[in-house]
Structure formats: C-alpha cells, structure tokens
Design a protein around this ligand. Structure first.
Ligand code: PEP
Length: 241
C-alpha cells in the first residue's frame, strides 16, 4: 500500500519537525508493508530528503517542466533538477494543474521527460463533476490514460492516482460502487500488468475505514490530511486495524 502526501503549497523549514512523529511511527511499524512518499513544494525537497535520509520514506515533487534541458522558462524546474535535489517521484497531471491549462499532450511530454530523468511518476487522472453527471467518467479516464501515456511502452515507472476532481478538497468521496468501477476500469486499460492505482480526494481518518475495503486500491494520495502528521498517521493506522 502506498500513502503519498501531497503538501500542495504548504510547509516551511519549521514544518519539517512534524515529520519526527511519522518517522517514529514508521520505525515502530516495520512489519507493515506500506510505502510512504512525501511530495512537498520544491523549496523543501532538499531539506526533507536530508531529514529522511536514514528512513525508507521517499520524496517526490508536485510538477515539473517538460523540457529536459535548461531554458528560458522563468519559474519552472525540470525533472533532472528535481532528481538532483533528492526527488524520486513527481506528481504529473494533477487536476489543479490541468485546470490551469495543462492538457493531455503536455502531460505526456512531461511524463516522458520525467522518465528520462529517472523519476517515477504519480500520474493523476479523474473526471469533473459535470463529466460525472453526464456519465462521461470512463470516456474521460480512457482519454487521459491513452493520451497521457502515449508511446510510453514501459509502464514500470508509472503509478496512477485516480482523483475525481469533485472530490479533491471537498470532503466528498465517491460511492464505493462507483469507485470500484473506476479503479477496475483504469486497471482494465492495461493489457499487460496494470500499474498500481491509488485513490485520492478528501481521504481522512474517518472515510479510510470505507475506502480500505475496496480491495483493488493500491494506496492513497492524500492532500489536506497529510499536512498534519497525527492525521496522516491515523489514516495509516486505520488502514491496517
Ligand atoms: C490532492 O490534492 O491530490 C488531494 C488528494 O487533496 P485532498 O486530500 O485535500 O482532497
């Protein structure tokens, strides 16, 4: 099981102290086979990587530029630069970035560039509320997966995060039946071995009790609740109790 913390535009050097609790929890629960990944803002990748050096918690970034080389892209960083400061993963295709204009084609270029740089990709897909109401969920997921992963034959570096846009930050999660259908639809898109498929959107220590029973889910991408170490640990604990 994966538990990925998405610290979106959150955290400063002081916040890193809160990770001591998580490190302690992890040391005390070595038998459990879960994988923890923190995706902080770029400003914290280096200090967080240093802090987590002797643990098996890994670090990822939240986005990267598609260009492999340096260039005139003020404010951006590419995957090579992220890898250089300690990132092993990068979240790509997050709906908050899609809403700012990233399309499937651009996300495909970013994924290719990240693979080339040696990063693993947390590739986000998911429908909007309007698309859900118009019963377009599968059509949207198929489009995002086919276009986003176009010409990427080796999917071993890909983890998919199913994040319905209407569920992110809203406190609302999909009905179990709908979630099962979407996760199995995503897995059915892969003829050979499917990548791991995570769920993301308003996961918390209460709804995890329902979510953990969906056997096809390989883990969770957690935004808001991951910013508080106690809440994050509670989610993990309740997944296994
Ligand atoms: C996210 O932004 O990826 C996310 C899952 O956010 P939240 O858990 O806050 O809904």
């Amino acid at each position: 099981m994966y538990f990925i913390a998405n610290w979106k535009m959150f955290g400063d050097l002081k916040t890193l102290n809160s990770l001591d609790k998580v490190i302690k929890f992890l040391k005390a629960n070595k038998k459990n086979k879960f994988k923890l990944i923190y995706c902080p803002p770029n400003t914290l990748i280096r200090p967080l990587s240093k802090r987590l050096k002797n643990t098996n918690i890994e670090v990822g970034a939240q986005n990267s530029h598609e260009n492999e080389n340096s260039g005139p892209y003020t404010g951006h960083v590419n995957s090579k630069m992220l890898k250089n400061v300690g990132a092993k993963y990068v979240i790509l295709g997050h709906s908050e970035n899609r809403q700012e204009g990233e399309n499937d084609k651009l996300i495909n270029l970013k994924i290719k560039s990240a693979i080339k740089a040696g990063l693993k990709i947390i590739f986000c897909v998911g429908e909007t509320l309007k698309e859900k109401r118009n019963r377009k969920t599968n059509q949207v997921l198929a489009r995002q997966i086919n276009n986003g992963l176009k010409l990427i034959n080796n999917k071993s570096k890909i983890i998919i995060a199913y994040e319905p846009v209407w569920s992110i930050g809203t406190g609302v999660i999909p009905k179990s039946e709908d979630l099962k259908k979407s996760i199995s639809f995503i897995k059915s898109k892969f003829r050979k071995k499917s990548p791991k498929v995570l769920y993301g959107g308003s996961v918390n220590a209460n709804n995890i009790i329902e979510l953990k029973n969906i056997s096809m889910i390989d883990g969770f991408l957690i935004g808001g609740a991951s910013q508080d170490s106690k809440k994050f640990i509670d989610i993990i604990k309740k997944t296994y109790n």
